[in-house]
Design a protein around this ligand. Structure first.
Ligand code: AMP
Length: 124
């Protein structure tokens, strides 16, 4: 775990990591957990989270170890394959902070796939 003082240990993904609330698990290793999004925006909508206490992408980029960074990147590729998402293509999204409408303050990457996903951004 990092020592980030702004990390809220009661956020919903921290509770999932502790096993306090359930998730529909897809993949897990020493560094990474992946599960299905509770409100899917596409036929395939997975969330990939590091096990360390990182608030967002900026926190992870600045403070994750090389091992954590490499494990996270590789896991996303593996999970996309596990889900069959890589065959027709997929989109990765990580909302970071207020302007991106990040809802859960534990770093995560969305994997979206299973249909044509349209333009990258919906509005102005
Ligand atoms: P973001 O806006 O990038 O922070 O996205 C947070 C995502 O977490 C949303 O897509 C939610 O549907 C999803 N979510 C919230 N609570 C849960 C939960 N308990 N299990 C799975 N996904 C969740």
């Amino acid at each position: 775990m990092s020592n980030n003082m702004s990390y809220d240990p009661n956020n919903i993904f921290a509770k999932i990591l502790r096993g306090d609330i359930p998730c529909k698990k897809i993949f897990e290793n020493d560094h990474v957990l992946a599960f299905h999004d509770i409100h899917p925006q596409a036929p395939i909508h997975a969330l990939v989270i590091p096990k360390g206490a990182f608030v967002d992408y900026a926190d992870f980029a600045a403070n994750a170890s090389d091992v954590q960074s490499a494990a996270f990147t590789k896991a996303i590729g593996e999970i996309a394959k596990l889900l069959g998402a890589h065959e027709q293509g997929y989109r990765l999204i990580s909302n970071c902070g207020v302007n991106a409408h990040q809802e859960v303050p534990h770093y995560h990457v969305h994997i979206l796939a299973g249909r044509a996903l349209g333009p990258m951004l919906s509005g102005k």
